[in-house]
Design a protein around this ligand. Structure first.
Ligand code: PEP
Ligand code: MN
Length: 379
């Protein structure tokens, strides 16, 4: 099959003539050739070279099982060279603006690991911890509470994006060190927010995963910097971002070479003032349909209300989410940020127990927390 040439859409003869003169052949949309699990490096390299020898761009990405993107190739050439090639499992035409994030690229879904904790597939991990790392003993207390409740990943902000410049801005790198210390003490991988591309290198040795906050979803320099690292990224949806914009932000990471992306719905801004944001669970189901990447939900920021965190976490599981991220604080009234939405340790434990109970009904299994070390995780 050859592709149609673009035809002028005007009845004005002069404009039509100009359009005709300018119209070239329409370039076929990019193709994503998904690499077969059994393909050897040699086979992939040979195919890339053969495609390039025919004058088409070809690049390899670490997405799903690995893909080769091919520019401007029509179906005839594809049939000749790519479809049926032993190195290729299947071929997808990029018909959406996001290419590598498309569900068809890895139809059974991609599993992304933070430390040893898998996101995607049957697993349903709970990420928990304080909004901000406030000091050594308080982050240890929150980490113990998270571990004892059955959370498997520890969160905590060291660099805090605060609406007011007068609010607590976080402890910076020292905070990330304290979080790493707490995670190591309890046997939990950690995730912390990175706010600027300049901080990626410093944070790299201290964290198992980078969080991109809602306010930074459109920070393209940051996304490009994180495309270049080999650690997972939790990409929060901007609170005024469409699902397509969110997926295109993920595409920046994938196109930059980092296939380890977990999307996180954390509420969008609507006219409703009674909740902090509005949890968009339809976007979770939609994102799950549109992309192979794992999608988790943050019911803490979405609601801003500890009484609503549990119901929304359960609803997230029912909507098909691949995990939740929840804020917990041993003494919410004294918290330096987001205390009013933090769960008490006991409430977190009850929530994880409830999620564990209902998970089988949704084909899920809540990832167990770390094994107690010297009895400390249960303290
Ligand atoms: C956070 O996780 O503490 C945070 C600031 O989240 P968000 O970027 O979703 O507001
Ligand atoms: Mn917070």
């Amino acid at each position: 099959m050859s592709y149609p040439t673009s035809t002028p859409r005007t009845t004005d003869p002069i404009l039509a003539a100009v359009a005709e003169a300018l119209a070239g052949p329409v370039v076929p949309p990019a193709v994503i050739a998904c690499i077969a699990p059994a393909a050897s490096e040699r086979q992939v390299r040979d195919l890339v070279e053969a495609v390039r020898a025919r004058g088409h761009g070809a690049s390899v990405y670490d997405v799903g099982n690995g893909v080769i993107t091919i520019d401007g190739m029509d179906d005839e050439a594809l049939d000749d060279l790519v479809r049926g090639n032993r190195a290729i499992a299947h071929v997808v035409r990029a018909e959406t603006r996001y290419r590598l994030a498309r569900r068809e690229v890895a139809p059974t879904g991609t599993v992304v690991r933070i430390g040893g904790v898998a996101f995607g597939g049957r697993a349903f991990p709970v990420i928990a911890g304080p909004c901000a790392v406030e000091g050594r003993s308080s982050v240890m207390d929150a980490a113990r509470a998270a571990a004892a409740a059955g959370a498997s990943v520890l969160r905590g902000g060291a660099f805090k994006p605060r609406t007011s410049p007068y609010d607590f801005q976080g402890l910076g790198l020292h905070g990330a060190e304290l979080l790493a210390e707490a995670g190591a003490a309890l046997g939990m991988p950690v995730v912390t927010e990175v706010m600027s591309s300049g901080a990626v290198e410093d944070l790299y040795p201290l964290t198992d995963a980078f969080q991109v906050g809602a306010r930074n979803m459109h920070n393209f320099d940051l996304l490009k910097a994180l495309g270049d690292v080999d650690k997972p990224v939790i990409l929060k949806r901007g609170f005024a971002a469409t699902v397509d914009e969110w997926l295109l932000a993920a595409e920046y990471l994938l196109a930059g070479g980092n296939g380890r992306v977990i999307l996180c719905e954390r509420g969008i801004r609507t006219f409703e003032p009674r909740t902090r944001f509005t949890l968009d669970l339809a976007a979770v189901a939609l994102a799950k349909r549109e992309t192979h990447l794992p999608v988790i939900v943050d019911p803490s920021h979405a609601t801003g209300d500890p009484g609503l965190v549990g119901p929304m976490a359960l609803a997230a599981m029912a909507a098909g989410a691949d995990g939740v991220m929840v804020e917990v604080h041993p003494d919410p009234a004294e918290a330096l940020s987001d205390g009013s939405q933090a769960l008490l340790p006991q409430a977190l434990a009850e929530l994880v127990a409830r999620l564990t109970d209902v998970a089988p009904a949704f084909g899920r299994s809540v990832t167990p927390g770390p094994k107690p070390r010297n009895g400390r995780a249960s303290g």
